[in-house]
Design a protein around this ligand. Sequence first.
Ligand code: PHE
Length: 447
Amino acid sequence: MSAPGSGRGQWSSQVGFVLAAAGSAVGLGNIWRFPYSAGENGGGAFVLVYLLCVLGLGLPVMLLEISLGRATQKTPVGAIRAVRPYGPWKGLGYLAIITGLGILSFYAVIAGQVVAYFVDYAQRVVTDQSIFSAYNGWESVVFFAVFLVLTVLVVMGGLQRGIERWSKILMPLLLILMLGIILRGIFLPGAGEGLRWLLMPDFSKLNLHVVLEAMAQAFFSLSLGMGAMLTYGSYLSKKQDIFHCGTWVVFFDTLVAVLAGLMIFPAVFALGQQPDAGPNLIFKVLPAVFAGMTGGNLVGAVFFFLLSLAALTSTVSLLEVISAYCIDERGWSRARTVWIAAGTTLLVGVPSALAWVGASPWATMRILGREGFFSLMDFAWVNLSLPFGALMLCIFATYVWGLDQAASEILSSSPGFRLLAAPWRFFVRWVCPIFIAVILASQLGVF
Ligand code: PHE
């Protein structure tokens, strides 16, 4: 492992990679977006389709991204160029970087909101459930900026000193706290209704739009479709087991999403709130849960603190993708790159921050059938760009890189993958691209 700026680093151990990749995967996608998306899309049926997407699309694409990263030892643009030095394919690498910036521009807004909650819980006794409506747009911009600066500081520390160290201790702690909150929620009177709603699929709620939402959520939650796992894979050594690592990350990420659902929905129903409240669902439900708990303020403070850190390990991976390009391919210094990338993200994200808490023209504008700039960003980058990126990567792997090449990269360090190599190739060649293309096309009004 080398220090930043002195050549390419590598993970000091397999555990280091798994923790950092899981740190990227586990974040607001699981704890904020999964519940709100499930809430808007009917509960159980969404969850079922989500799980199928994780297995059938997420896992194959995860292995593909990590293997392309490791085989080329390069980040998205460089990786594509290493396989195909000329022609339009490198556009896919640039798309990854732009998508990273787009996601970071609204993701850090939510992360900033989480920090704001932490500060509130740590400073005063929060008893009201209307804490969310106490924020205004400029506060949201300030916390957004603060979060970007935190991200910059970690990414500047380079690979091991920055990313690995954070991930190691805090993920397990967050998980334990979530279990505690779940236990509290499921014993509230009326909570059973929420469990049923989350776990029993009601197939009348299923349609192509729900499938798109579940599919996009799967890619988002697993940090796929924009080169984050490819970039992390590029720091993996040839000895480390891609199959084992990839499966672990997928498993762990899915576990946390399901736990987040169990944490939110029993409480939603027990407290008489609406599951389809939208992006601010957890910001309304959790304060109500904490308000009814002895020591709730402390639990709230610790929870939002840990969630800020989970979000940080994800924003770090987003900024890493954007920066690694300028560092590896353009030869910029790490410090310069990271500040410029964060500054650009800030500019792009201010409208999202203003739209997030409402009461500004950015919150009420309508584009592409989306209300408000925030939800436009969320839709464009998560629902459209990530699945499109994953689709193109499958096509690239099948027709340009070659699936034999890809499979042998995985097999070289994962003997346990032998029996699965054939089905994996079938999924990357046929199932993933066709499924993603059909769902995207249907949602873009092609049919
Ligand atoms: N997977 C992260 C989360 O669930 C978000 C993310 C998406 C991070 C894409 C990196 C790339 O919070």
